[in-house]
Design a protein around this ligand. Structure first.
Ligand SMILES: Cc1ncc(COP(=O)(O)O)c(C=O)c1O
Length: 395
């Protein structure tokens, strides 16, 4: 048997229990997505509570109009890398917009947030350096660290003492640089990084700090710039990475930095050089959405009101939510069996949430991961709470 066939066999066994239960949570198809919070799934109108579309901007009329107009003017794709034929004036306009938002000299836009992390980590760190990364980091952070060739040292999730301890334990004759990488909000549990304390550690040890604001962009800070803005440490973050695929409602990634020479990544970074640039409609939509995000105090107010409402409703049923710090509300289930039954039950009631189970979850927990949107109506949230009460037999 080939090694690929053997691996496929392993995967089939791992997922066999899901198939046996008639469930393929990783193959859900949206027949049609009609608004930021509604879709048709399996012929059934469904409320979306698992999309990361925190501000609901994927359907913002301004963004749609700009995307249509850009498509008419410049076509559906660039068919080339940024360093060849794939830099249009609109890419530079988007980078200027982001640089101005963060009051930095320059911003770099990538084709995804995944690429942005690969590019930044593999350029900032090199063999001989040490990267200290939070154990619950997203896979693209792990991949970026591996690509850098630096030594990787994981510290316990959100544990600043453990971070400090691991730095002190590094060999005394170490010559390379220290890089610390964390996220603003962690995607599975929705908990926040203790950024102010991490900044203290960074300063004490002369490290470079990279913060991935994928889930916190648009959600925190007066201008929606992320947890670094909210925590008042924006100036201490050496490289801030984020994605357009969540609050911005489209696709792409970016990096801003205080470091002179960020521009060098345009020539040295493989994930920037060796892939096609974002299509004009995506770039046009991102420009409009970033503008709405920056001025989106009302959107954030609606979002946080919705988070509070759903949190109160679900905890009122006696359900355990692992962190109440962000628009991600991760409802803990007691077992895999309960998780699968509830997830399926919710879908049958027209509610889509993310099903999350080991090994994708920290500490092996079983989660019904809800993500709240500014565009959810109170009536939709009431229907979500009611469906949870039905499938869990509570309330
Ligand atoms: C923390 C974090 N970083 C990066 C990414 C990747 O972003 P993108 O979807 O733009 O590739 C994700 C996506 O889920 C994420 O959760």
């Amino acid at each position: 048997m080939s090694s690929l066939a053997a691996r496929m066999g392993d995967l089939a066994r791992e997922r066999g229990h899901l198939a046996a239960a008639g469930i393929n949570p990783f193959g859900v198809c949206m027949d049609e997505v009609t608004t930021a919070t509604e879709a048709v799934i399996g012929g059934r109108p469904t409320i979306l509570v698992g999309t990361n579309n925190y501000l609901g901007l994927s359907f913002a009329p301004r963004a749609i109009e700009a995307a249509v107009e850009a498509t008419r003017r410049s076509g559906t794709g660039t068919t080339g890398s940024r360093v060849a034929n794939g830099t249009y004036a609109i890419h530079q306009r988007l980078e200027r917009r982001i640089a101005d938002l963060y009051e930095r000299p320059e911003a770099l836009v990538f084709s995804t947030g995944y690429m942005a992390n690969l590019a930044v980590l593999s350029t900032v760190a090199k063999p001989g350096d040490t990267i200290l990364l939070d154990a619950d980091s997203h896979s693209c952070i792990y991949d970026g660290c591996r690509l850098s060739g630096a030594t990787m040292v994981r510290f316990r999730h959100n544990d600043v003492e453990d971070l400090e301890k691991r730095i002190r334990r590094l060999p005394k004759d170490r010559t390379g640089d220290l890089v610390i990488v964390v996220e603003g909000i962690y995607s599975m549990l929705g908990d926040r990084a203790p950024l102010a304390e991490i900044v203290e550690v960074k300063k004490r040890h002369g490290a470079t700090l990279i913060v991935d604001e994928a889930h916190s962009l648009g959600v925190f800070g007066a201008k929606g710039r992320g947890l670094s803005e909210e925590a008042g440490v924006l100036d201490e973050v050496d490289f801030l990475v984020a994605t357009f695929s969540k609050s911005v409602g489209t696709i792409g990634g970016f990096c801003v930095s205080n470091e002179a020479g960020l521009d060098l990544l345009r020539y040295t970074s493989r994930p920037y050089v060796f892939t096609a640039s974002l299509p004009p409609p995506v770039v046009a939509a991102a420009i409009e959405s970033i503008d709405m995000m920056e001025k989106g105090t009302h959107l954030r107010a609606r979002l946080w009101g919705n988070v509070e409402h759903l949190h109160r409703g679900l905890t009122g049923l006696g359900l355990e939510i692992l962190a109440a710090e962000s628009p991600i509300l991760a409802v803990r289930m007691p077992s895999e069996q309960a998780l699968l039954a509830c997830w399926m039950g919710l879908l049958e009631q027209g509610i889509y949430v993310n099903l999350a189970l080991p090994p994708a979850t920290p500490q092996g927990v079983y989660l019904l991961r809800c993500s709240v949107c500014a565009e959810h109506t109170r009536e939709q949230l009431e229907r979500v709470i009611h469906a949870f009460s039905e499938v869990t037999g509570r309330g």
